[in-house]
Design a protein around this ligand. Structure first.
Ligand code: C2E
Ligand code: MG
Ligand code: MG
Ligand code: MG
Length: 277
């Protein structure tokens, strides 16, 4: 171990030390951040119905405002929470925050469905569905006011048992979608075993649609396959009007991306929805 570290230092120099320090700091602070520190907040990225152009809701995306290091992306901190078995804590934090917000919006007459990201690791916890359903009761939130985007993780090697856990969530009345569809190792086996209501095609296939004929073929086929299996299709990472029009023309149901709106703070999202209707 010590030898490995010295070797890494020899190769990468101070940059490696810095990256390691940053990781240490984040690992040290993640409990405080989700605890009394409350350093995490949620932004909402609008999702629209491509056929009607209406806003159907948003995806909840976490942000960590670290007191020393500044804003940190979930792409950086989510894996750290997963590594340290703290992902349940992060998920619970996001759920509490989102349900509080959804309750407020519904009281104000804002009819939006909010997507919550969960890690495959959350489903290894047998109690996840119970905790979620008691959170819904506590916040007086109806199950169809939210849905879940499930991201695959390396340790999800048993899609059949994951499928059964997801069926429990479906029984409560919560829709599940497969996030980052097409990027994992098991995308198709997911579709086979998981009772998902929608698939979310990863931005990797959407971003370069204009230039890349192969991407267009894959996306078109994915839409057709998902529809044949009675699943809705969401595209993420829509960065231009041309791509948006192409997706609409090819029957994609819902869309999300910078061409529609960047993720917004809660007040800005509510304003965005009201201005649009
Ligand atoms: P994701 O679920 O695939 O979320 C989409 C990511 O793409 C978001 O990054 C979003 O800000 C970004 N994005 C949105 N529109 C565009 C676009 O037009 N072009 C491009 N290039 N990117 C776009 P973000 O917010 O940094 O989140 C990264 C990942 O972190 C998310 O990927 C999700 O897997 C994870 N994450 C975020 N919040 C949570 C959470 O509460 N729990 C868990 N478990 N994971 C979360
Ligand atoms: Mg997502
Ligand atoms: Mg994801
Ligand atoms: Mg993605």
């Amino acid at each position: 171990q010590a030898l490995e570290e010295r070797e890494a230092y020899r190769i990468h120099g101070p940059a490696w030390d810095e990256a390691r320090n940053r990781t240490f700091t984040l690992l040290r602070d993640l409990t405080v951040a989700t605890g009394e520190g409350r350093q995490l907040r949620v932004e909402y990225q609008p999702k629209i119905d491509l056929r009607t152009n209406r806003c159907i809701g948003a995806e909840a995306l976490l942000r960590w405002d670290h007191p020393q290091l500044g804003p940190i992306s979930p792409g950086e901190f989510v894996p750290l929470f997963e590594r340290t078995s703290n992902i349940h804590r992060l998920t619970q934090y996001a759920i509490e925050d989102v349900l509080t917000q959804v309750r407020r919006w519904r009281t104000d007459g804002l009819e939006v469905c909010i997507s919550i990201n969960i890690s495959g690791l959350d489903l290894l916890d047998d109690d996840f569905d119970n905790r979620l359903s008691s959170a819904l009761k506590k916040h007086k939130v109806q199950p169809d006011w939210i849905d879940i985007e499930l991201t695959e993780t390396a340790r999800m090697d048993d899609p059949a048992s994951i499928g059964m856990k997801i069926q429990k969530l479906r029984d409560i009345g919560i829709d599940i979608g497969i996030d980052d569809f097409g990027t994992g190792q098991s995308a198709l086996s997911y579709l086979k075993y998981i009772p998902a209501s929608f698939v979310k095609i990863d931005s990797m296939f959407i971003r370069s649609l204009e230039q890349d004929e192969n991407d267009r073929i894959m996306v078109r086929s994915t839409i057709d396959m998902a529809h044949a299996l009675q699943r809705r299709v969401v595209a993420e990472g829509i960065e231009s009007q041309v791509i948006l029009d192409w997706l609409r023309g090819n029957g994609c149901d819902h869309g999300q991306g910078f061409a529609i709106s960047a993720p917004l703070r809660p007040e800005a999202f509510a304003r965005w929805v009201r201005d649009r209707t």
